[in-house]
Design a protein around this ligand. Structure first.
Ligand code: ATP
Length: 474
């Protein structure tokens, strides 16, 4: 099988209604994408799978916090001071880059050319870089050129805050500034006490949330990978200090397994420890997926100590501790965070599902088929109902079955073109089951179920179809 390119994925996504460019008729808005009829189903299924696996258990509660929050939240969290990326412009091409990404791309090139010692040395310098000038010096010393025009004429490096600012109320002054949240986590931290008390939880317990986040990224790229508006699925697990290493290990395994359970192959995902820990973290690992453009982070698992709750105690003046009623122990919990991009993992699952297979042509079918091998839980359409011909009572039979199945899951009805062509249409959007109604169906009330991946067909009683499909969704 040929390796898939990002262009192929982007064009299939558009053609079949998974993802469109935002405001396309106006030329698009960089870093923003819209989900079409199939995309929105896939995205909802993905978020649903995460929500069920994370919150349908005794020790984790869900929340849905507002996107706009009190501005002090972002001072306490450190985002106002530190949520910045180093930015550099090339004076000749006027192209703008994240200085760290420019250096990382250069390191990757060194590695590719076998210059591993040099790559290692530059990587160490990058890991130690703090001030804008540290990044600048690496770029100058290594004579890194502009990927666009090859020029070495760079501006100094400046830090740029990624938070989008807006104003509450009619007056646009400094007192009315608020931010679009750059992560969902802070909505969880500020609700720690509310959830602890209202849900009568005890440490260890977690709070989970799915929602939009906004980052004014310097460069958006790779389709849904780095966008300015995206969705996150985050869970903060509050633990007793001293148990955090064990909990960190537990959650990193759980999260890796989640991807495998939804059909990812083990050779396409990996753990990547962080080269440099954030000031609040005592351990951190990423889960990466092998995208068509290379390995990229899809989820971060971080051991955040008591940094966040302590900072919110300090800034709000409210106690954010847990009191164990049995032992009388009183402490500010440590936090293990699991943070996955819904949009980024959407793209990973889409790339992973994509296959082109040679299956030989018969019955009006092409020799080659494009098939999205989604796990049935993720598939946007679970089944398609196809009357073999548009006569002899088959459409009526099919329509009745279609309407009945529709009460339980997303189904399509298709009666146009040869059945082989209809199978191909469904393969291309990842529908796991095609239900065909033929002449015998009207005699003995049976139908065939054609399975997407094996293309095997079985004959079953029409009234058992729903249960058959539902079983695959468990
Ligand atoms: P990166 O280093 O790629 O910018 P990050 O380490 O800043 O990511 P986190 O703050 O840990 O990312 O965010 C958690 C998850 O949110 C990421 O693993 C990713 O899936 C998702 N995410 C972060 N930024 C973006 C973005 N700009 N577009 C799409 N998804 C994103």
């Amino acid at each position: 099988m040929k390796p898939v390119t990002l262009d192929t994925i982007v064009s299939l996504a558009k053609r079949r209604g998974f993802v469109f460019q935002s405001s396309e008729i106006y030329g698009g808005l960089n870093g923003c994408w819209d989900y079409g009829s199939l995309g929105v189903e896939l995205l909802r299924n993905l978020k649903d799978a995460w929500w069920k696996s994370m919150t349908y258990r005794d020790d984790i509660e869900g929340v849905d916090a507002s996107i706009l929050m009190h501005p002090r939240v972002w001072e306490a969290s450190g985002h106002v001071a530190n949520f910045t990326d180093p930015m550099i412009d090339n004076k000749t091409s006027k192209a703008r880059y994240r200085a760290d990404t420019l250096i990382e791309d250069y390191i990757a090139k060194l590695e590719k050319n076998g210059k591993t010692d040099r790559a290692k040395a530059v990587r160490e310098r990058l890991a130690a870089a703090r001030e804008p000038d540290d990044f600048y010096q690496i770029i100058v010393d290594e004579e890194i050129t502009d990927p666009v025009g090859g020029s070495k004429d760079w501006t100094p490096v400046r830090y740029f805050n990624l938070m989008f600012k807006t104003f509450v109320g009619p007056v646009e002054d400094t007192n009315s500034v608020v931010y679009l949240r750059p992560e969902t986590a802070q909505g969880i931290f500020v609700n720690f006490r509310n959830v602890l008390d209202s849900a009568r939880q005890k440490v260890p317990f977690g709070i989970a949330q799915v929602g939009k986040a906004f980052r004014n990224e310097i460069n958006t790229k790779y389709f849904l990978f780095r966008t300015r508006e995206f969705e996150q699925m985050e869970m903060q697990y509050f633990v007793k200090p001293g148990t955090h290493s064990e909990q960190f290990e537990y959650w990193r395994e759980q999260r890796f397994q989640w991807f495998l359970d939804l059909g990812m192959s083990p050779e396409m995902i990996r753990f990547k420890p962080h080269d440099k820990l954030a000031h609040y973290a005592d351990a951190a690992v990423d889960i990466e997926y092998k995208f068509p453009f290379g390995w990229g982070e899809i989820e971060g698992i971080h051991s955040r100590t008591d940094f966040d709750l302590k900072r919110h105690e300090e800034f709000s003046g409210k106690k954010l501790e847990f009191v164990d009623t049995v032992t009388r122990d009183r402490f500010v919990p440590y936090v293990i965070e699991t943070s996955v991009g819904a949009s980024r993992s959407f793209m990973a699952f889409l790339c992973h599902a994509y296959n082109v297979e040679n299956v030989g042509g018969a019955d009006g079918e092409d020799a080659e088929r494009t098939v999205l091998k989604f796990h049935p839980k993720l598939a946007p359409v679970k089944a398609a109902v196809l009357p073999l011909v548009k006569k002899d009572g088959m459409p009526e039979f099919a329509d009745k079955l279609y309407r009945d199945l529709q009460k339980s899951f997303n189904v399509q009805y298709d009666e146009s073109a040869a059945v082989g062509r209809r199978y191909r249409r469904q393969d291309e959007i990842g529908t796991p089951f095609c239900i065909t109604i033929d002449g015998d169906s009207l005699q003995d009330n049976t139908v065939t179920i054609r399975e997407r991946d094996t293309m095997q067909q079985i004959r079953v009683a029409a009234e058992t179809v729903k249960e058959y499909v539902m079983k695959s969704l468990l």
